[in-house]
Write a protein that binds this ligand. Sequence first.
Ligand code: AHR
Length: 658
Amino acid sequence: MRMTMRKITGLFVLLFLSLGLISTAQHQKLSSNSKHISPDLFGIFFEDINYAADGGLYAELIQNRSFEYSPSDRKGWNSLTSWEYLTEGFAYGTISVETQSPLNENNRHYVVLNVEDAGQDGLGLKNSGFDGIVVRAGEKYDFSVFVRQISDQSIPLQVKLLGKKGVVIGEATFSTQSTMWKKYSTVLTANQNEDSASLVIIAKGKGKLGIDVVSLFPEKTFKNRPNGLRADLAQTIADLKPKFMRFPGGCLVHGDGLGNMYRWKNTIGPIEQRVGQRNIWGYHQTAGLGYFEYFQFCEDIGAKPLPVLPAAVSCQNSGGTWRIGGTGQKGIPLDEMQAYIQEVLDLIEYANGPVTSTWGAKRAEAGHPLPFNLEYIGIGNEDKQTPEFRERFKLIYDVVSAKHPEVKIIGTVGPSPSGEDFDLGWKFARELNVPMVDEHYYEKPDWFIANQKRYDSYKRSESKVYLGEYASQGSKLFNALAEAVYMTGLERNGDVIRMASYAPMLARVGHTQWNPDLIYFNSTAISPSVNYYVQKLFSVNQGDTYYDNVESMTNQGKVSDSTLAASCVKDSKTGDVILKLVNIGKVEKTMKINLSRFKRIVANATCTVLTGAFDAKNSLEKPENVVPVTSDLKVNVKFDYKAPALSLSVIRISVKKM
Ligand code: AHR
């Protein structure tokens, strides 16, 4: 009688089961060789670091639009940073920054122009945006400004887009109508392309006026949303087809001191009422890209929103050098915790509550009556596991999980893959039975390769893992491939790793505080890193069932080859079987593929390969130095795949419908 390996394995399983030596869970896995994995595995991490929001994804073209920059944002900055005072054509008068009669309490600084003589050309202000304003011929730009006429007479105002040599490439005029703060809006149409334009606002008549919140937006934002996002950058993110988006950070969440925490209520409503503040990364955040815009963007790109809120403690590195110190963590006073917990509950209501609820009504007012379907919420970011943290986390956790069992809470286990905060964080998560914890690590490529089996031994009965931040400290092809090796391990463990996101995501060249990043950009160009393409290949090729032993990666049929890694998933929506095959070695290697467990596979598959030199990178100058290339591939039930040296290959195989 011929006995197959499968039958022999089955007999051993029965024998071991009867002896009580292996658990039923393992048995299920052994007998099926497949398991369900997270359908939300690969997503994105957005933090306002490296000018990711203002000067980045947020499409506002005016820098320091509300005159709220200050030396506490950055040494040398003040209300007039990025503004220039213009007195041309013999005009004269004075400019001052004042706070006595502000637009509102959240927006205290404004400019007063006192025009004593407007001369021929008037007197005013010029702003050159973030490294110059980019406009395109024929496109429309929404201009708005708040003005308070302080003198009696109406003052004519002119708004102009200026090209590099001072050529007017778009203009509009209006006159002040009120001695109260009033918003004036107009549309400027650019009559030529310009990568480095500036905007001027000129008073053309004698008198005194206050100016605040000077704004210029391209009409063509992503999905044409008002107060929207830079279309090309948003599209580059959307192309990742992320299953979720975490926002707004990172360390930005818990902030540099208690007063610097990211408080979501400060970031909704009309932009002039939002509370801008110092960004922990050494610049200013307007909060123009706020919670509503984050939720809207998630919906627009089909990603589940994953907001992270402070665990009522500030960053442990507050007031010190980042990652050094550990003395700066401060907790919200315990007698204020009830109000803070209410703030967390209110966010859930803002996202999911009916329009008849207080916060659901505010969502509807912002233009979104339907809920945003919030499923996950993070509490805390890499916080030091002190008694102060634990006490506050537990207070929040107990109330939120009791009131909202439908929302999964994600806890935090420090900034490293091991160590004190990691161990204490996990111990605490086990005690509270937190559904998921957020692990973070930035390590060398060798670490990722050596630790690709990290999650194989994680206990399936404990808290699940959100790998919220990881990167292999470099943008070379080899870094990206080390991450790919690791990601095959994430898929293999997709029953315990429920979500994972590379970090950080965005970086404006010339304004980075952190390297490497996934996507580099300047005002006109975008350069997705090689790492981006690895993320994209995994993300657009996600599955929900994982299969063992489809690929054989032995060295000449003998020992397992440590330069190879692979995973196989099936996407139940399309029925496609997807192989991800990584070769980090310097020579081509053959992998044996056995698809015999899949019935009715179609021979015509596609194969996308990302490969190049060990240290090849992408840059703004050479954005497409290393990009994936897709071609057709004939596959069989069993076939050999020659994985090129230094490559990630993704083979997508369809299955005939019944
Ligand atoms: O991703 C950059 C920073 O790294 C994040 O703000 C922080 O959470 C992590 O330590």
